[in-house]
Design a protein around this ligand. Structure first.
Ligand SMILES: Cc1cc2nc3c(=O)[nH]c(=O)nc-3n(C[C@H](O)[C@H](O)[C@H](O)COP(=O)(O)O)c2cc1C
Length: 268
């Protein structure tokens, strides 16, 4: 069973493609995380956890959820994290987490996907760069699926001691001081549909006087900005300058690619 969290669609795509390739079930954890529903999840096939990387590790609300939820049936767990290029100590921490749950850690893979964190200091990505990342992720997904199908272990890259020494104390400080929701706002395009409220994993958004209002617990996941159907949500002036990300706006780049591949195969 593939379990995933995704704020802006990258991880959802990887998880659902993987489930399709393996003929396995795919479960979005968002609803469970929002309700802190820790009731049993049972799978007779190995668990496959897919998550984005937030500040060099998996989102903290997700690790808290996974630590506490009851996973029954198979004791094997695969772990896949997608990032914009640096997965940090995500796999190392996941291995520790699942070992504590007395599960057999079947390895970890890092998949590079387009960056959804537009409010960081990084420049926006070009469409060709996004396409390159998506195409290469699809290839990597084939290898991952094959390994899982054969019951093999995924190979993680080596995590150096200095990465742990930097990330472990740095992350809470960064989250506390840099991940404020103060600069989020909805402009006049807002239609009060409540989508932002629904997609926020931390229940940090409520609709008041027909407009979203952000509370104090924000993880900057970009779900509100990335999923607003009218593009009404902004973060200060940054998102107006750099744009916003949702996988669905770029999905055609790989559909075109698979159509090309299919055509090439047909033509020999
Ligand atoms: C708050 C936040 C922190 C992030 N931190 C990292 C990071 O440390 N390294 C990295 O390579 N990408 C980082 N990213 C990029 C995401 O991991 C990446 O774009 C991911 O594919 C998004 O997945 P999603 O669309 O399923 O939400 C971060 C994104 C967010 C929103």
């Amino acid at each position: 069973m593939v379990l995933y969290f995704s704020a802006t669609g990258n991880t959802r795509f990887l998880a659902s493609e993987l489930a399709k390739k393996l003929g396995d079930e795919c479960v979005d954890l968002l609803g469970r995380v929002k309700k802190n529903d820790l009731s049993e999840i049972r799978s007779d096939r190995p668990f496959i956890i897919c998550t984005p990387v937030y500040v060099c590790e998996m989102p903290r609300f997700l690790s808290k959820y996974l630590r506490n939820v009851k996973l029954t049936g198979s004791r094997k767990v695969y772990f896949i994290a997608d990032s914009a290029g640096y997965g940090g100590i995500t796999g190392y921490l996941a291995k520790k987490l699942f070992r504590r749950k007395k599960m057999e850690f079947m390895g970890y893979s890092e998949v590079v996907m387009p960056r959804n964190y537009f409010i960081s200091h990084y420049p926006p990505q070009s469409e060709s760069e996004i396409k390159e990342r998506l195409v290469s992720a699809c290839r990597q997904l084939d290898d991952i699926a094959q390994t899982i199908q054969k019951g093999g272990k995924l190979k993680a890259r080596y995590v150096f001691m200095f990465e742990k020494l930097i990330t472990i104390p740095f992350n809470p400080v960064w989250s506390k001081y840099k991940m404020s929701a103060k600069e989020f706002f909805a402009d006049s395009k807002c239609i009060s549909c409540g989508r932002c409220e629904k997609v926020c994993p931390l229940n940090n958004i409520s609709i008041r006087d027909k407009k979203p209002v952000w509370g104090s617990s924000c993880t900057h996941c970009m779900a509100c900005i990335g999923n607003c159907p009218t593009g009404a949500i902004e973060y200060g002036t940054v998102t107006r300058e750099k744009g916003k990300y949702n996988f669905m706006n770029y999905k055609h780049l790989i559909s075109d690619n698979s159509a090309d591949t299919a055509k090439r195969r047909k033509n020999g």
